[in-house]
Design a protein around this ligand. Structure first.
Ligand code: UDP
Length: 341
């Protein structure tokens, strides 16, 4: 089978690519490297079953050609990270809405199965726990730019479901809940990679708000497994499915856990939301997925414990830091062998 992965050089996309290649499948990555990175897929570059195309999903003709060559389309290309959404709202809305529209249009011409990566952000401020896929969405005012992400992703879901209903295009929608693991960068504001790098550097761990808000963190390897099972499950077609782990932790406790796993002496610094994001910023207090539907459809339930995930992130970041140190040394003429670093 050939899988086209838009956003394949991103954090989740690169893990999906790796898993598919390990299973003997063919993969075409389509990524414009706006938030993805060649670093994420460098270790796969010699695999003959991988083709990488550095272009935007907005290139309609190219997209049509690549969809033609594929059996399944995994659409992950999207604007990511709350900070980026606040800083670049135009790009967020355009990438999320137009990109998905073009992918669905191209897939519909050839009736190719499409997986749309959506987000738990769609549930918005609904205080209910856990979130079930058919629960109401509750967003804030349009003047608060954070909600443009939820609205743009919800529109993607509406459009995908409409393609299924009206044109019988097979679609599966996954709502991802705070996916974490190696290769995720803190550059776009995500909390776990940020805390780990702060702890490793010995700088303060920046907890926004009171730190009492909570999240459930799903391991990227589990998320990949869930996605691949969903796209090979006939009864998942036309469905919206939560994907994540349902063990909840407050952000304040996450900071303490990261300190504990890294053995860091970094202090924890509380920063008001207004300062961390923008005046009037609204956060979600809790966000817990109900995983019954995922389990019923696929027989799978993500369960990698958070401490194990944090250890993997620490290992990854430490290895990356040593590599960077090696490059810096060689740049200034202190060329040393990899063993000695
Ligand atoms: N957060 C934090 N410090 C950081 C980055 C994020 O306290 O350096 C908080 C953020 O305000 C939110 C939670 O951690 O309450 C998760 O943030 P993230 O951006 O990772 O994902 P979100 O759930 O907001 O999409």
């Amino acid at each position: 089978m050939t899988y086209l992965i838009s956003g394949g050089a991103g954090f989740v996309g690169s893990h999906l690519t790796e898993a598919l290649l390990e299973r003997g499948e063919q993969v075409i990555i389509l990524d414009d490297l706006s938030t993805g990175s060649i670093e994420n897929i460098r270790h796969l570059r010699l695999n003959r079953r991988l083709r990488t195309v550095i272009e935007s999903v907005m290139d309609r003709r190219l997209l049509a050609e690549l969809v033609d060559e594929s059996d399944v389309v995994l659409h992950l290309a999207a604007a990511v990270g709350v900070r980026r959404i606040i800083e670049s709202p135009v790009r967020t809305i355009e990438t999320n809405v137009k990109g998905t529209e073009l992918v669905l249009e191209a897939a519909a011409k050839k009736q190719k199965l499409v997986f749309i990566a959506s987000t738990s952000e769609v549930y918005g401020k609904n205080a209910k726990t856990p979130f079930k896929e058919d629960d109401d969405t509750i967003w804030g005012a349009t003047t608060k730019s954070r909600w443009s992400y939820a609205a743009s992703k919800a529109l993607d879901e509406f459009l995908a479901l409409a393609y299924w209903k009206e044109k019988k295009l097979p679609v599966v929608i996954g709502r991802l809940f705070n996916t974490v693991g190696p290769r995720q960068t803190g550059r776009y504001g995500m909390v776990l990679p940020t805390f780990v790098s702060q702890a490793l550097e010995g700088s303060p761990l920046t907890v926004f708000g009171t730190g009492k808000q909570s999240r459930c963190f799903g391991y990227v390897g589990d998320v990949v497994e869930a996605i691949l099972r969903l796209v090979s499950t006939q009864t998942a077609v036309g469905e919206v499915v939560n994907i994540g782990n349902d063990t909840e932790i407050s952000i304040g406790d996450l900071a303490l856990l990261v300190k504990d796993r890294t053995g860091s002496n970094s202090p924890v610094r509380f920063i008001p939301y207004d300062e961390a994001y923008e005046p009037g910023f609204e956060d979600m207090t809790r966000r817990v997925p109900c995983l019954d539907k995922l389990l019923r459809l696929t027989g799978f339930r993500p369960s990698t414990p958070l401490s194990a995930i944090i250890d993997k992130v620490i290992t990854h970041q430490s290895a990356k830091a040593s590599q960077t140190a090696l490059v810096r040394h060689s740049e200034v003429g202190f060329v040393e062998s990899a063993q000695s670093v």
